[in-house]
Design a protein around this ligand. Structure first.
Ligand code: ZN
Length: 100
């Protein structure tokens, strides 16, 4: 009996460092060929208890920013071709029955 396994495993994660080298700004992308999607993951910075309480208080009452809490990652120029290569995987593997 022939085993049918059409599930494609997810690619190895791609990590992109920020130009400031802060490990809290690292972005991780994982390409899923099954759904032709890229998962974007960003690490949440861990800090001390009272710092988190203070942050939570500000978050609850929207004292940081009315749009929520934001941080940024500045992509290194030498990582641009690697990111383009990752995005091209999605472009080349267009899934026609994908919900929009
Ligand atoms: Zn940074």
């Amino acid at each position: 009996m022939k085993k049918i396994n059409s599930h494609k495993p997810m690619d190895a994660p791609e990590y992109f460092d920020c130009t400031c080298t802060d490990c809290g700004h690292v972005i991780r992308y994982i390409y899923d060929p099954q759904g032709n999607e890229i998962f974007t993951e960003i690490q949440l910075v861990s800090s001390g208890f009272w710092s988190r309480v203070k942050y939570a208080f500000k978050y609850i009452f929207k004292l940081n920013c009315k749009y929520g809490a934001w941080d940024c990652t500045i992509l290194n120029n030498e990582d641009v071709p690697r990111l383009i290569k990752l995005l091209e995987k999605v472009e080349k593997n267009e899934v026609s029955d994908r919900p929009n």
